[in-house]
Design a protein around this ligand. Structure first.
Ligand SMILES: *[C@@H]1O[C@H](CO)[C@@H](O)[C@H](O)[C@H]1NC(C)=O
Ligand SMILES: *[C@@H]1O[C@H](CO)[C@@H](O)[C@H](O)[C@H]1NC(C)=O
Ligand SMILES: *[C@@H]1O[C@H](CO)[C@@H](O)[C@H](O)[C@H]1NC(C)=O
Length: 310
């Protein structure tokens, strides 16, 4: 198992490095700390003004006491399962770019829940921390998880592609799940599906094996958590963490920005700080009045987080 893991590390570190847009756009080289960090994103590029001026920004802190039960929130439907794509280390996060025009697979669609349109799955992104108490973008009552996975989908009823959808009304839906570190390989090796491949091109990835139970969730209207912070995202945060073995977490934490010959800073801690909720409502399909104790479960999940310190 150990040598296998080392093999994985080597495999993972190989990937690319340059700023999106081809490498010449150093003015756009944002980061997660310092003078090109989140506090400055809004000033680095006029197209990113929402990063500092927006009133519907993400991520947010989820306070279980403020959740509004909405009886009209249906379950979320995920149609389809198998995808192909390319795993990319873009310097900011680990992204699986799904090929939604692949002839051999059918696009995976998200519908229902808070969504009024058909959303086509396009990317899977990982944010994670260098320690177990940081890493997720959203937090629950001020507490972070070691990581967060984002399933990014675009409104394919209205928009031709994700680039158009990401700047347009109701353009994007993101399912987010927290990562929780666990010491037990008997649990489904979820992240393994992403990391455990030897080639950059992934084929036959089963989305449904990646996701924990998505029956209960919270939802709110927010933004991308990276520049330009467009406020076009319906967030769906699942109330059930995805278990990640500590060795997989180590693999992630060894991941660096830059390529193998020019390794740069560690990628870990690639999360944006919490943004203000302002006047927004966080809705949920968890019915507290019916004796459901999800608020407690949330506390519980957050608390167990701290049992897994090494
Ligand atoms: C997803 O929606 C597209 C239309 O946008 C459709 O062609 C495709 O078959 C759907 N996928 C599944 C698995 O039903
Ligand atoms: C997606 O798959 C199709 C064929 O299945 C292929 O022609 C195309 O190059 C792929 N696109 C990317 C970005 O890999
Ligand atoms: C996305 O769709 C728009 C039309 O809505 C088109 O102008 C644009 O070229 C497309 N972009 C990509 C990357 O395909």
């Amino acid at each position: 198992m150990d040598s296998c893991l080392r093999g994985l590390c080597t495999f993972i570190i190989i990937y690319v490095n340059l700023p999106p847009g081809g490498g010449s756009l150093w003015a756009e080289w944002w980061n997660y700390e310092g003078i090109s960090g989140p506090a400055y994103w809004g000033r680095m590029n006029t197209d990113w003004y929402l990063c500092s001026k927006g009133k519907n920004q993400s991520p947010i802190d989820i306070d279980p006491r403020l959740l509004l039960f909405d009886p009209n929130l249906k379950h979320i439907d995920i149609d389809g399962d198998v995808v192909s794509g390319t795993l990319v280390n873009n310097g900011y996060d680990l992204t699986l770019e799904i090929n939604d025009t692949d002839a051999e697979t059918t696009p995976v669609n998200l519908t229902l829940g808070p969504l009024s349109y058909n959303y086509r799955l396009k990317q899977i992104k990982l944010h994670f921390g260098s320690e177990n108490y940081i890493g997720s973008e959203h937090t629950i009552q001020g507490k972070a998880f070691p990581g967060e996975i984002h399933l990014v989908a675009y409104n394919s009823d209205v928009y031709a592609n994700i680039s158009r959808a990401q700047t347009s009304p109701k353009g994007i839906a993101i399912i987010a799940a927290f990562l929780q570190v666990n010491h037990n390989y008997r649990n489904p090796p979820v992240l393994w599906l992403l990391l455990g491949q030897r080639t950059k091109l992934l084929k036959g990835l089963h989305i449904k094996q990646l996701l924990p139970n998505i029956d209960t969730y919270i939802t709110y209207e927010g933004s991308f958590t990276q520049p330009g912070c467009h406020e076009t995202v319906t967030w769906i945060v699942i109330n059930k963490p995805l278990k990640v073995h500590k060795d997989q977490m180590e693999t992630l934490r060894n991941l660096r920005q830059g390529d193998m010959d020019h390794p740069q800073a560690f990628m870990a801690d690639n999360f944006r700080p919490i943004m203000p909720l302002h006047t927004r409502t966080i809705r949920t399909n968890i019915n507290f009045l019916k004796g459901c104790t999800m608020a407690k479960d949330m506390h519980y999940e957050v608390n167990t987080n701290f049992k897994f310190e090494n």
